[in-house]
Design a protein around this ligand. Structure first.
Ligand code: M6R
Length: 365
């Protein structure tokens, strides 16, 4: 049921104030300044002996995994790697004995992800699921895991499942950090910041009309660039995927600094660039990359932090997000990009919920 929404995708984008909360519900302990993830079915001693983490999935889930790599390394200092599930199943990656593998899948039925799960288990690694569908094959076959509790996602373009996955990966980072080196004070600060996220999401959603105008302005583009650094590099990939999937505009995501290594050749007055440039440790670096694009007359749409006046001077259009710590910014920056893709596709008259050539769950290899 779409309720008052014209499309499932829009409804699911709006549900994120709730679904992010649902991903955390009952899982945060102020008393111990950490997260509680009983579904992992691992003792603290077992979790402490984890030497390496592998995150795998397809499409949007692989982008959430890439954000998770940055988050887990930042919060827990555990070496983390991401591999596409389709590559993992054939790659035969050498892994230390104490590796922990997470397979991430909204549907829990993606063929490549399921095959990665089975291959990982065959090699003897503890393999956990991050799934939304509790009745799915991946949920059943994994050695434990964390459910998203996001409710059904009907729109083919994954939206709320991405922010749920990133929230859960943050809880995993917090848990692993707290049993290693992280202080109580730091743990509590992270809990406060996590709990503040849903209200910040609501503030972003209020800007839908502003985002719609930007979408209309650039909907004639034949190609778009999405650029970000650090935690927001995977968000650039995700923003580009959303745009391609539902509006059929060619889009590509890159780490901002890779521009000068080739991508900049594509920049011209009719190729807009979306820069994900919140107030983080690499903000100034992003601004230099924006200047490089401006010098080639490329239009700039920036996703930036409220109150940043510098960004307005170098951008044609800006969408603001509330301030937050660097590692949580992907949850916020991904939302304007979902809305940008949505409004662009609607402007172009595309079937947003059922884009051509795509199925919600890819159960063939
Ligand atoms: O159900 P899953 O999370 O395993 O699905 C993985 C991908 O097929 C999925 O994220 C796909 O990329 C979406 N259409 C992206 O919007």
């Amino acid at each position: 049921n779409k309720g008052d929404f014209p499309h499932y995708m829009l409804k699911e984008i709006y549900e994120q104030t709730e679904t992010i909360q649902d991903a955390m519900r009952g899982r945060l302990s102020r008393e111990e300044a950490t997260s509680k993830l009983g579904g992992l079915e691992m003792t603290n001693a077992e979790l402490r002996s984890v030497e390496r983490i592998i995150l795998t999935g397809c499409g949007t889930a692989s982008h959430a995994a890439m954000v998770g790599e940055y988050i887990i390394e930042e919060l827990a200092h555990v070496p983390t790697e991401v591999e596409f599930a389709s590559e993992f199943r054939y790659r035969n990656m050498p892994l230390p004995k104490d590796s922990l593998v997470f397979v991430i899948s909204q549907s829990g039925e993606t063929a490549d992800t399921l095959a990665a799960l089975r291959e990982s288990q065959r090699k003897g690694h503890r393999t956990l699921g991050v799934c939304n569908n509790v009745a799915s094959t991946i949920a059943r076959e994994s050695d434990g895991g964390v459910y998203m509790h996001a409710g059904p996602e009907i729109g083919v373009a994954a939206t709320k499942s991405f922010t749920s996955q990133v929230t859960i990966l943050t809880l995993i980072g917090l848990l692993l950090g707290r049993i290693r080196h992280m202080s109580t004070t730091e743990g509590l600060r992270i809990i406060d910041e996590l709990e503040a996220i849903p209200a910040k999401v609501a503030k972003i959603l209020e800007q839908t009309d502003h985002i719609k105008k930007i979408a209309e302005k650039y909907s004639g583009a034949h190609s778009m660039m999405f650029l970000g650094r650090q935690f927001n590099y995977p968000v650039a990939l995700e923003g580009a995927l959303k745009m391609k999937e539902i509006s059929y505009i060619h889009a590509s995501g890159h780490p901002s600094a890779e521009l000068k290594h080739g991508v900049i050749a594509l920049i011209s007055a009719d190729v807009p660039s979306v820069f994900i440039a919140p107030d983080d440790s690499v903000f100034e670096k992003n601004v230099s990359n924006i200047e490089e694009v401006r010098a080639r007359k490329g239009p700039i749409i920036s996703i930036a932090t409220e109150g940043n006046t510098k960004i307005e001077k170098v951008s044609d259009d800006v969408i603001f997000i509330p301030p937050c710590p660097d590692f949580l910014s992907p949850i916020l920056t991904s939302i304007p990009l979902q809305l940008l893709a949505y409004h662009t596709a609607v402007t172009l008259g595309c079937d947003v919920d059922k884009p051509r050539n795509l199925a919600k769950s890819v159960t063939v290899e």
